[in-house]
Design a protein around this ligand. Structure first.
Ligand SMILES: Nc1nc2c(ncn2[C@@H]2O[C@H](COP(=O)(O)OP(=O)(O)OP(=O)(O)O)[C@@H](O)[C@H]2O)c(=O)[nH]1
Ligand SMILES: [Mg+2]
Ligand SMILES: [Zn+2]
Length: 292
């Protein structure tokens, strides 16, 4: 039998086989020697052990299109990174890290700013401006008010999309809108510290229609980017691209060098200061790591 892993909990994998329902499987035998962990989104071959209780064993993982490390899922066509415009306020440094990580994994990314109902137009516009040069499609939604959701649905069509973002931003709420049968638990955000409560604990894949699949994932709290050499970081900031080669120095990293085209563009307001400042923070961080 072949099927798709829709969920994995404590060594059990839930495999959806078209027309046969969901089987609870373990990864056993020969397969284990391969030392590859099955991931949500994997296509697998499995043996049925018991048809009445729907139990089986995974015997093979079929070749992957890709496998992400965070969140740990396989075979995705695109990522939709969800942040709230408020409640909780977006940590843009974390968003930038996430965008870099997705670029490293060569996954196209949509940025979805949710909860527009609890913010104001000026704030929303500001976020749009900061990310205008990021190379990502940017959406503004309110799951609560039903705003911007048709556009989300359209962008998901015929693709497998992983939804990711901090806790409490409304990923599972979005999932429930997209597929009410998903019936994902959603959680309040804590009033005191304005953070999500990590309601979702396991990634789960849902089928919407045709080849349209969406994964809901647990909220993340931190992200470390450490596989990049500091001088290469600039390649992950799409807004710098058009100035590449225009600086006085070859290999300019756009920080302390004189006659830097990127810094000039920044001065002229053509590059977002917020994005640039995060670039410098990340650059320093990467540089410090390499010293040891
Ligand atoms: N005001 C407002 N609240 C929303 C909106 N979308 C979701 N929420 C609320 O935000 C809270 C968190 O929503 P969840 O869907 O659980 O968030 P999540 O991103 O799945 O969080 P984790 O599973 O912890 O990662 C819930 O109380 C939702 O009702 C929105 O558009 N506006
Ligand atoms: Mg959730
Ligand atoms: Zn430069």
């Amino acid at each position: 039998m072949q099927g798709k892993i829709v969920k994995g909990i404590a060594g059990f994998y839930y495999i959806h086989a078209d027309g046969h329902g969901v089987y609870e499987c373990k990864a056993k035998g020969a397969f284990r020697n391969q030392k590859v962990k099955p991931l949500v989104g994997d296509m697998v071959e499995f043996d049925i052990i018991d048809e009445t209780t729907k139990k089986g064993n995974i015997v093979k993982i079929l070749p992957r299109l890709n496998a992400l490390i965070r969140p740990a899922v396989a075979n995705v066509d695109q990522a939709m990174i969800v942040f709230a415009v408020a409640q909780p306020l977006p940590n843009l440094n974390m968003l930038d890290r996430f965008l870099i990580m997705m670029q490293m994994q060569q996954v196209e990314t949509i940025i979805c700013f949710n909860k527009t109902d609890v913010s104001n137009e000026a704030e929303v516009e500001k976020l749009g401006k900061i990310y205008a040069g990021s190379g990502c499609r940017i959406l503004f939604t309110s799951v609560e008010m039903g705003e911007g959701l048709e556009e989300v649905r359209e962008l998901l069509l015929e693709k497998t999309t992983v939804m990711a973002g901090p806790s409490g931003v409304g990923k599972s709420s979005m999932m429930n809108y997209l597929k009410p049968e998903a019936d994902m638990a959603t959680g309040d955000i804590s009033r005191k510290i304005q953070r999500g409560r990590h309601t979702t604990r396991h990634s789960e894949l849902f089928h919407l229609q045709g080849q349209t699949y969406v994964m809901d994932t647990p909220g993340f709290t931190s992200l470390y980017i450490n596989e990049i050499d500091a001088p290469d970081l600039k390649n992950y900031f799409t807004e710098f691209d058009q100035y590449e080669g225009l600086c006085r120095f070859n290999g300019c990293v756009h920080i302390n060098e004189p006659d830097c085209a990127v810094k000039n563009a920044l001065e002229e307001g053509k590059i977002s200061k917020n994005r640039y400042d995060n670039y410098v923070v990340l650059y320093d961080e990467l540089k410090a790591q390499r010293k040891y």
